[in-house]
Design a protein around this ligand. Sequence first.
Ligand SMILES: NC(=O)c1ccc[n+]([C@@H]2O[C@H](COP(=O)([O-])OP(=O)(O)OC[C@H]3O[C@@H](n4cnc5c(N)ncnc54)[C@H](OP(=O)(O)O)[C@@H]3O)[C@@H](O)[C@H]2O)c1
Length: 432
Amino acid sequence: MTAPLKIAVAGLGTVGAGLVRLLQQQAELLESRCSRRLEVTAVSARDRDRNRGVDLSTAEWFDSPEAMARDADVDVVVELIGGENGVAKDVCEVAIANGRAVVTANKALLAHHGTALARAAEEAGVALCYEAAVAGGIPIVKALREGLAGNRVERIYGILNGTCNYILTEMRVSGREFSEVLDDAQSLGYAETDPSFDVDGIDAAHKLAILTSLAMGCEVDFDSVHIEGIRHVSAQDIAFADELGYRIKLLGIARRTADGTEQRVHPCMVRLETPIAHVEGVYNAVVADGDFVGTCVFEGRGAGAGPTASAVAADLVDIARGVQVPAFVLPAAKLAPSHTSPMDRHQGAYYVRLMVVDRPGVIADVSAVLRDEQVSMESMLQRARAPGEPVPVVITTHQTREASMARALVRIGDLDSIVESPRMIRIETLER
Ligand SMILES: NC(=O)c1ccc[n+]([C@@H]2O[C@H](COP(=O)([O-])OP(=O)(O)OC[C@H]3O[C@@H](n4cnc5c(N)ncnc54)[C@H](OP(=O)(O)O)[C@@H]3O)[C@@H](O)[C@H]2O)c1
């Protein structure tokens, strides 16, 4: 039997305590699978006295996680503190510099410093693993790195934030507005007190930047991701989507185009017949389109102690078995600079909702703007009639350039008969 894999855990919150619990409960299973024991021998967090519901009596306590990463007699340091900079980054850098493998669940850190950390890990000859950083318990990093290694991935997309998916699902089921459902999500613990990271799309963008690198072989480039959140999605839009045969989902999408790789996070209308339309509540999903395999759909829990610990444990098993592969599939030196296609070159179909004063000639004015900007209308829907009052008018378009659509929306918004800014949601064409 090989010597045990000695593990230091930095951060004993939801994920850290969950990991310790999993490693204790599954100790025999893991030992038989790795032919060695996985032992937590060092831990660090802020509050030494907090009861974390797990037995930490056999692990050495460190007040400083950086000192632990440097001094503890361990093979691997697991960073579960969080944050793109500061202590989390220091812990990873110190661990790598001291020849220890690193496992992290920290998507913010990887989105901003992933390529540099991968380079440092390669130079030090240690593993950098992060299965838990993207879509929680779904083993998508391993799938891209190993299972789909024979494919060129043309597009990868997914529901990457459970909070947003929960809110959009609840809005549809209950017919309530965003702010009311957000309040509920906060009291149920599905949304943070400051929900902006989730509902403004930043968390999903962190994960998308990592997925893009893995799938497209480029450097991680968070700054190039186009990001829109779900605050402007209204109950009315969700009801219209239903009527038109769509669901509204916050998707992260990376797609190869002639102009470069699109990286975008925004609300999308997806056809009801597509698998991703039926991923509801806090669940996540990732769909990869490979040139040989076709479309692969991965679905599961994107957060929570159990699923996230499960993903961290998978990385530890790899390390215990001596499996070591480049963090982002290609060696860091071979990752191409990311070549992101600007959003105004995006080509797609659009849903537009206008609040118009119901009087003769309005629709003709709107149609004239669309014609001038070469936006071809696919359908128009006006449900209520209320002469002289504002009523919703919904337009869907054929494929058009984002730049044309943006110009048309500005001009339509300036028309006298339009009473609020036009609302636009992109329609995403996906496989069934
Ligand atoms: N929660 C999830 O479902 C989930 C899912 C996927 C990925 N992740 C990622 O996993 C990481 C951890 O998330 P979490 O939800 O477990 O966070 P959390 O519950 O807030 O736990 C953070 C832990 O870090 C410790 N900590 C904070 N600052 C520290 C410092 N300066 N020195 C030492 N310890 C410090 C805290 O110590 P105290 O306990 O003593 O305060 C706490 O134990 C994040 O990167 C997150 O994005 C989380």
